[in-house]
Each structure stands twice: as structure tokens, then as C-alpha cells.
Design a protein around this ligand. Structure first.
Ligand SMILES: [Cu+2]
Length: 187
């Protein structure tokens, strides 16, 4: 590695660091030279939002669409932030219980985002679980999440908290009647 490459890599890392610290969504990896920084631009996050915790529960979920404009498959391997004590990647799975099909939440090790494709995180499907939410999140609030991708690295997202619709409220109440995560009845 010669001096010039070393310097470029260092400058890229510093730019990336500065961008992350501002907590801005507009982290522009393209400004930083070097292939690693450019790779980060392959992931685009659209329509991020979260539902507020329900009925005093300290859990909430974040949803969004992850788009991979790159030529390689990528994976969301974890999410970080100080909005909650723990942040997990979850999905819902169908399960038979007492002769009924119910949806239960499961932690997953990663979420695949295929090359040229997208992965949609939505209620009843994949989601980012916020466990032990630190403050009283309410509609209108915005919090930062850092998504960590296997290839693209860190992507900063600002997540607005949106109101729960009446239908969703009903579903979530049903869900809360189940044990911890389970019990949401499938329509
Ligand atoms: Cu969950």
C-alpha cells in the first residue's frame, strides 16, 4: 500500500465517521474516495417509519424498504442505535396453535437484500425490533438507526414515529394478548 492510497482510505474513513456523528440521513459516501465508501451507496433506504410502543410496553418496531442498487447480494446483519436497550432483526412466522394459524415473531441472524432488488420490512413481516425503548416514543418523534450491511457497511437512517391506525391498533391488541411476541391472528 503506498502513501496515497493510505491517505485516501483514511480520509474516507474520517468523512464516514463525521457523517455518522452528525446523525444525518444525507450521509453521502460518494463524497469519500475509495471503493468501500462507494459500496455504501448501493443500499438505499426508503420510507422508514416506526410504530410507537403500545400500552406501556417497552417494545416498538421499525419498518422500511431496503433497496440494493448494486450488483452483489447484500445482507443487513444488524441495526444499532440508542433508541432502545436492544435492537434485533425479526420476522414473523406462521405457527399452528390450538388448531389456529398464528403469527409469531422470530429473531433472524440477517435480512437478505438481493442485487438489484429490494427487501420490504412491514407489519406482519420482517421488522427491526426495538426492545427496552429508552424514551416515550410518540408520533412525530424521529430517532436515528444505523443499519450495518455485510458489504455496504453502515447506513444511517432517520426513522419517524407514525401513528397507529385503528386497524393496526386492533391487531396489536390481539398480539399483546399472546405471550410476549406471539398471538397475532392471521387474517
Ligand atoms: Cu419483533
Amino acid at each position: 500500500m503506498n502513501g496515497k492510497i493510505m491517505f485516501t482510505a483514511l480520509a474516507g474513513a474520517m468523512l464516514l465517521g463525521a457523517g455518522l456523528m452528525t446523525g444525518g440521513m444525507a450521509l453521502s459516501p460518494a463524497q469519500a474516495a475509495g471503493s468501500e465508501a462507494v459500496a455504501a451507496a448501493t443500499i438505499k433506504v426508503e420510507n422508514p417509519y416506526a410504530r410507537p410502543p403500545m400500552g406501556g410496553a417497552k417494545v416498538a418496531a421499525a419498518y422500511m424498504t431496503l433497496k440494493n442498487t448494486g450488483k452483489e447480494d447484500d445482507k443487513l446483519v444488524r441495526a444499532e442505535g440508542d433508541v432502545s436497550e436492544r435492537i434485533e432483526l425479526h420476522t414473523h412466522v406462521k405457527e399452528q396453535r390450538d388448531g389456529q394459524v398464528v403469527m409469531k415473531m422470530r429473531q433472524v441472524p440477517y435480512m437478505e437484500v438481493p442485487a438489484g432488488g429490494e427487501t420490504v420490512l412491514k407489519p406482519g413481516g420482517l421488522h427491526i425490533m426495538l426492545i427496552g425503548v429508552r424514551k416515550d416514543l410518540k408520533p412525530g418523534d424521529v430517532f436515528d438507526l444505523t443499519l450495518v450491511f455485510e458489504k455496504a457497511g453502515k447506513v444511517q437512517v432517520q426513522v419517524p414515529v407514525k401513528k397507529v391506525s385503528a386497524t393496526m391498533m386492533h391487531m396489536m391488541k390481539q398480539k399483546m394478548q399472546g405471550m410476549q411476541h406471539g398471538g397475532m391472528q392471521q387474517k
